[in-house]
Structure formats: C-alpha cells, structure tokens
Write a protein that binds this ligand. Structure first.
Ligand code: ISL
Ligand code: CA
Length: 560
C-alpha cells in the first residue's frame, strides 16, 4: 500500500462561492463581500475548511468577473478592499481559509495592459497579448471558434491586427511566451499572498501555452474549427507552472487547484505531481462531459441523462490512475455546470433529497479533495428556461445567437431545453436562504431570477431539519475529518458491471470502508452488506432491507 504524504489541503473540504449570487447585503440585487461575511457562520456550521471565491476583482462583467480589468482592486458592485480584508479576517478567525480565483489566461479588454497594447505595434505592451495579421483576403488568421461561439479572433481597427480571445471578445488572451507577462502575474499573485490569502483556483490554466503554428482546427459544426488541440496542454505549460511554483507558490503555504479542460490522468499526474513542482490538484472534465457526446455538432448543448456505466469507468479510472502519483479533486457541479441533483440525481419532489444525499455520499467517500458548490448542500435544482429573457450567461446568449438566430441549426424551443438541462445559469440563480421574498438573497431585485422552489428549498428550513441534505452534508464533512481512511485510503472498485449500483472500497492499514449507492429510483438487488460486519458511518435510510438497496439508497460501512 502506498503511504500518502499528509497535507492540510488533502484533509479539507472546499465550498465554492459565486459572489454575485450568494448574498446581497445592500439591496442592489447583486451579491457582495459583506453578504459573504454575514453568512460565514452558516459555512462554519456546515463544517467546511476552505472557501473558493469566484473572481471578486474589478471587472466590466462581460463574463461575471472572469474578465478582469484590475487584479488589485475589488469589483465596485462587490464592495471595497476594506470589505475584503474584513471578510478574510472573519473567515480566518473561524478557521476557514480563502482560496482566490486566478484568471490569467486572459484579461478584460478594459485592462490597462490591453488598452496600451492595442495602441500601436511598437507599444511596450504590444506583446502582452496575441496579435496576428489576417489571411491575405483579410479574414481571421485561422478558423478557431472561441469557447463562447463565433471566431476566436477579433479584428481591432486601431491596432490594425487580429487578437486572440479563446472566450468572449472582451477577454483577450495574454501572451504567456512573454516573460514580462509572466512576471506581472507572479508579482500580482505575491501581492495577494502577502495579504494572507490561502491559495488559488486557476482558471483554464491548461490553456496558457498555445501551439505556435496556430493551425486550423477540425470543423465540427460546419462553421468553425476546434481550437482545443492547439491551446490546451500546450508545449510550454509545465515550464510556466514550474516557474510560477518556484517564484510564488513554493514560498507560501497554499492550496492550488488548476482548472484543466482537456486533461488526461497522465497529464494530470504532471500538473499535480506528488513532488509538488507545479500544483496541488486539478479539475478534469470527463465526468461532466460524459452526457454531452450524443449530438457532437452542438458540442456541450447536446445532452443525455448521464450513463452510470460510462460515468463509473471515468471516475474509477481517475481514482486508480492518480493513486500514488498525484492528488485529485472531486466535484459534481460548479458555477459552469447544471445543478448536481438535477443532472445526476432526480429532482422530482419524491426523490430530490434522497438522491442528493446519495450523490454526496458517492463523491465524499472517494479519494481526493471534495468541492461543494453553493446550494448543493441544500439540494438546489436547475431552473426551466421558457423565454429568451430568462438567461443572463454570455455563453448562452452567444450560443443562442449562433445556433438559433444566425444559422437556424436548432429551434428556439430546443435551445431553451438545452439551456434548462446544461446551461450555466442553472448554477447562478440566487442562493436560497429562507422563504421570504427573493429567498432572502436580496431586498432589491435580484440580477437573475430566483428559483421559484425557494419556499420549500432553503437554508433556514434545512438547518433545522435533521433529515435535510444540509445536515447530511454536515455529517459527510465531519466523517472525513474524523476518519483518515476517507482521506488517505486506497480506492478499490466493486461491482464494476452493475447497471444500477456504484460501489467501491477504501482501504487504509487494517480498515476497510465499503460504499454502495443505488443510482436508480427502483429497489435493486445488492448482497454486498449481507455478510459484512462493521459500523455504519452514514446512510440516507434509517432502516435497510436484506439483499437489496432501496431507491437511491447509499450505505457506508467501516470495518476495523
Ligand atoms: O463551461 C464551459 C464551456 O462550455 C467550459 O469549457 C468553461 O468555459 C471552461 O471550463 C472555462 O471556464 C472558466 O473560464 C471561463 C469562465 O467563463 C468560466 O466561468 C470559468 O470557470 C473564462 O474565464
Ligand atoms: Ca449588493
């Protein structure tokens, strides 16, 4: 058995806050830092160790803060630096660490560097971004489609050239080949570390190093080429991260997690290697992309109900292949994904609570650092989009324009169905605090509509109900803190052919943890526990039936 090195970030549970939608303290309809500070006691009660804060820096909000115009200032709508300092101090006094989002693949087009860069070819900031001439006919340098629809190149009149933007045209990509850019970023990170923050979640960090040939990509939807083979996991990515590690990360006691679309387990073992020369862990996307492969033309907008067998192959592979080589991260959802219970569980009233607890069990008993996205601990659900006025997300707005309005590739009705299933706004409806107006999120008009189910599903009701998803998550978190086998135990798959049950063991020294989850709304045969002695650590049922698992039943037995 491999002896895992002990680190605090391996023993932690992380809670992600999307500040815009968490809590609005001043009634302008937008969540803010004081709103977070006011609710830190709630997070303490839940028992989490670390907060990952989605971006709070100055931003014109084309992509809700993922387009930064000043890395050393707080977004006006979110408050002031003094509010930030107060939040950090209160979090620390409660024993909660704060990990900042680091968005350095791109800046806002309103960042001072970009404003300079576009001015002229000999501007000292010119090489901070990726400028190219168009093709001889004046069209874009290549056929790449941005992640958020349309060409990844924007012609700039003043500059007389095209600039690359892998995301919206207000998010120009930084040129990481330029040493000055790297040093600016490292200085900025040091500045935040000196302030006392506890780590970084690194936005699309696998996209920093581009293929210098900038070749056309394979065309999928008949309109543009796929850029991912040429921007993800590029030639210099590990050099850049090693340099970052040497100049910044290694000088502080931080937690680092890279968002790495397109990463394989072998590649992840480099990003998150146990020697600690790059990052602590990464987010892969395989399990959240599994349901989007059925209609490849529309990319992520095609969807199916996730398939247990395929999902298990993916999750087990990651557990096994990282063992002893790199640390993993565990998540069902975040601010870019639909709600976990709606996607992977069952949000019908009869099954919502049960299936949300089952999903929590499956994930939190695995090896890796678990991430909870705000509201997941309440079993918050997706919303239903019925009108174009319902969505706010720039990814949805652009996709609607490209596929429905401009190219008539899908009907408006179908597109709204896709958004209801996988759109990012599902995760961004306001946190449901109580059953008062606007779910207690704001006394003004929320920037995005509140999910109408807040009267039933809200934190106030959940905290005082021992059978709530909240209380169950509280227990999952405390079990991880109390049982080293949950943190450090080796993962061993069970029942790998089952169509209905996800099961595995965790083994550490003399201890074996057995976990089984019924993924379906039917009672299914299961003999795993019939002859098993041990203590039940947690279950979403108070009574069990021999030889079966009840609908969405989850059981965890520890044998010493
Ligand atoms: O959700 C996606 C698009 O379908 C992902 O590919 C997503 O764009 C990718 O994971 C990068 O996400 C991150 O960077 C984006 C930002 O919009 C997301 O919110 C952020 O998590 C650009 O900064
Ligand atoms: Ca506010």
């Amino acid at each position: 058995m491999i002896k895992e090195k002990k680190n605090w970030w391996k023993e932690s549970v992380v809670y992600q806050i999307y500040p815009r939608s968490f809590a609005d303290s001043n009634g302008d309809g937008i969540g803010d830092l004081n709103g977070i500070t006011e609710h830190l006691d709630y997070l303490k009660k839940l028992g989490i160790d670390v907060i990952w804060l989605s971006p709070v820096y100055q931003s014109p909000n084309d992509d809700n803060g993922y387009d930064i115009s000043d890395y050393r200032a707080i977004m006006t709508e979110f408050g002031t630096m003094a509010d930030f300092d107060r939040m950090l101090e209160k979090a620390h006094s409660l024993g909660i660490k704060i990990v900042m989002d680091l968005v350095v693949n791109h800046t806002s087009d309103e960042h001072a560097w970009f404003l300079e860069s576009r001015k002229s070819k000999d501007n000292p900031y010119r090489d901070y971004y990726i400028w190219k001439d168009g093709k001889p006919d004046g069209s874009a340098p290549n056929n790449w489609q941005s992640f958020f629809s349309g060409s990844a190149w924007q012609y700039d009149e003043t500059a007389g050239q095209y600039y690359l933007h892998c995301f919206t045209k207000k998010q120009p990509d930084l040129n990481w080949e330029n040493e000055k850019v790297r040093n600016e970023v490292f200085d900025m990170m040091t500045w935040w570390c000196e302030k006392g923050i506890d780590g970084f979640r690194m936005d699309v960090i696998s996209a920093l190093s581009k293929d210098p040939a900038y070749p056309d990509g394979p065309v999928r939807d008949g309109l543009y080429g796929d850029l991912t083979p040429f921007v993800l996991n590029g030639p210099h990515i590990h050099e850049y991260l090693q340099e970052m590690n040497e100049k910044v990360l290694s000088r502080y006691d931080l937690m680092t997690v890279g968002e790495t679309p397109g990463v394989s387990p072998a590649e992840a073992a480099r990003y998150a290697n146990s020697d600690g020369t790059e990052l602590n862990m990464v987010f892969h996307f395989e399990h959240v992309n599994e349901d989007s492969v059925s209609t490849p033309v529309l990319g992520k907008w095609g969807y199916d109900h996730p398939d247990l067998k395929k999902l298990r192959v993916i999750l087990n592979k990651w557990q096994i292949e990282l063992e002893g080589k790199a640390w993993g991260s565990l998540y069902w959802d975040n601010h870019d994904q639909p709600r976990a219970v709606s996607r992977f569980g069952n949000d019908a009233p009869a099954y919502r609570v049960r299936s949300a607890k089952m999903l929590g069990t499956l994930l939190h008993m695995m090896k890796g650092t678990p991430y909870i996205y705000q509201g997941e601990e309440l079993g918050m659900t997706n919303i239903t989009f019925t009108d174009t006025s319902d969505f706010r997300d720039v990814e949805e707005i652009n996709a609607y324009k490209q596929y429905v309005v401009d190219n008539h590739m899908i009907s408006a009705e179908e597109m709204l169905k896709c958004f209801s299933a996988v759109g990012r706004d599902n995760a961004r409806t306001p946190m449901q605090w109580d059953d008062s107006e606007n779910a207690g999120f704001s006394f003004g008009t929320p920037w995005i509509p509140v999910n109408p189910n807040y009267r039933e599903i809200n934190a106030k009701a959940a905290v005082s109900d021992p059978d709530s998803v909240f209380c169950y998550y509280q227990k999952l978190i405390s079990l991880r803190h109390e049982n080293p086998v949950i943190v450090y135990g080796e993962f061993r798959p069970l029942l790998e052919d089952s169509d209905t049950i996800y099961a595995y063991e965790r083994v550490l020294d003399q201890e074996t943890l057995t976990v089984a989850c019924n993924w379906t709304e039917k009672e299914v045969p299961c003999t795993l526990f019939d002859a098993l002695s041990g203590t039940e650590l947690i279950s979403n049922y108070s009574t069990h039936k021999a030889g079966v698992l009840q609908p969405y039943e989850a059981r965890v037995i520890l044998k010493k």
